[in-house]
Design a binder for this molecule. Structure first.
Ligand code: AMP
Length: 367
């Protein structure tokens, strides 16, 4: 099993969304083939990949056959079941590895990881049962947010608690239940609501040789918990940018990660940087890098996965990326007619509210 994957080789991609689509496009441009594994037919990534296996993540025969066709694998979303990673990982390297992915799958483990790293997070407590929640809310204060430990995204599996009487309703809203006796991990976490001045993210890349390159911090605005715009540069004080970049780089190093690590953070009025969450994969807040950076996040991931030297992540332009959600589809003709708008559509047949259908990036001169 050679560490390096040469052009002409095949990269396996777990997950079929737009991140996988843009990754497959970058891989093709760099001379690699891709094979997407996801349960859905005709997914955005499969439209751009050389091959597609549409099978459940718990199908050992399909996973084994997939592993037989690829030289290495990566994930475009972090919730690939551990057993699937184990099956494929026995045959080819998975970059980032199962350990980084398993931390990224679990909010409590993420918080513990960043605390060990010496990075600040919002005050939080694990919640195994409703009694824990009531006690925790008393300890960390209000308002606070209850979040399922696993399988939450874009605000799903979250409930805000504004009064001490609200704990039971929040527990019910997220489908709160006590996990079977012996389950060590909590069902949820509760964290203090952060009165942030802005949200930022940093995407760090770490190569097979341990080299780390970070894209500069960007400013993210969410609408209904879903990323709406990303602005580069973030326009935060130099000390904040430095602290945020340092956190992402140290995290990638501590995980011994090969690939990308996106870290989302809150910035407070007094200049503190609090980690919200991490994702060991390409990130929505990195789409702008396709048009504005020397090396895009997708090309950087191909480089890391294939054991190539990392590229230069330097920003060449200022950029604003706007997500096009299902409810924004009426804006697309305007973007199509706008010579300044770099439009990307993801090939999704059905436009549902909140569903990411595409994005548009606008560039201006570098400040
Ligand atoms: P998450 O799924 O944790 O990324 O949350 C989605 C979005 O909800 C974040 O990007 C924030 O805008 C908001 N949010 C989540 N947790 C908090 C918090 N503790 N304080 C304030 N806003 C939060």
């Amino acid at each position: 099993m050679s560490d390096r994957i040469e052009p002409g080789g095949t990269i396996g991609i777990f997950g079929g969304g737009q991140l996988g689509r843009m990754l497959a496009e970058a891989a093709r441009d760099m001379g690699y083939r891709t094979h997407v594994y996801c349960p859905e037919d005709n997914c955005p990534a499969s439209q751009a990949a050389d091959r597609h296996t549409a099978a459940p993540y718990d199908d050992p025969a399909a996973l084994g056959a997939f592993a037989g066709t690829i030289d290495g694998a990566t994930c475009e979303f972090e919730n690939v079941p551990a057993a699937a990673l184990e099956t494929v990982g026995a045959a080819v390297p998975i970059r980032p590895d199962a350990e980084a992915l398993s931390i990224g799958q679990d909010r409590a483990r993420e918080k513990e990881f960043f605390e060990r790293l010496g990075a600040e997070t919002a005050p939080w407590r694990p919640v195994h049962r409703i009694e824990d929640l009531k006690r925790a809310v008393g300890e960390i204060g209000l308002p606070s947010i209850l979040k399922t430990s696993r399988l939450g995204y874009d605000g799903k599996g979250q409930a805000r608690i504004d009064s001490s009487g609200g704990a039971a309703a929040a527990w019910e809203a997220i489908g709160g239940r006590r996990l079977p006796e012996g389950a060590m991990r909590p069902f949820a976490i509760v964290e203090r609501f952060v009165e942030f001045t802005c949200e930022i993210s940093v995407i760090a890349a770490r190569g097979l040789d341990g080299d780390i390159r970070c894209f500069e911090p960007v400013r993210n605005v969410h609408r209904n918990h879903i990323l709406y715009t990303t602005t580069a540069p973030a326009g935060v004080p130099e000390a904040v940018a430095h602290a945020a970049t340092g956190i992402a780089a140290r995290a990638a190093d501590a995980l011994d990660l090969v690939g990308l690590l996106a870290v989302e953070m809150f910035v407070t009025g007094d200049g503190r940087v609090l980690v919200n969450e991490m994702a060991p994969r390409p990130h929505n807040s990195g789409h702008w890098t396709i048009d504005a950076c020397e090396t895009s996040q997708y090309r950087q991931l191909v480089r890391a996965v294939c054991g190539l030297p990392l590229g230069d992540p330097a920003r060449r332009h200022d950029a604003v990326m706007t997500n096009i959600l299902g409810e924004d589809m009426h804006l697309v003709p305007g973007y199509e007619a706008d010579p300044e708008a770099r439009l990307y559509m993801y090939g999704k047949a059905e436009a549902r509210p909140g569903r990411k259908m595409g994005h548009v990036t606008r560039l201006t001169a570098k400040t």
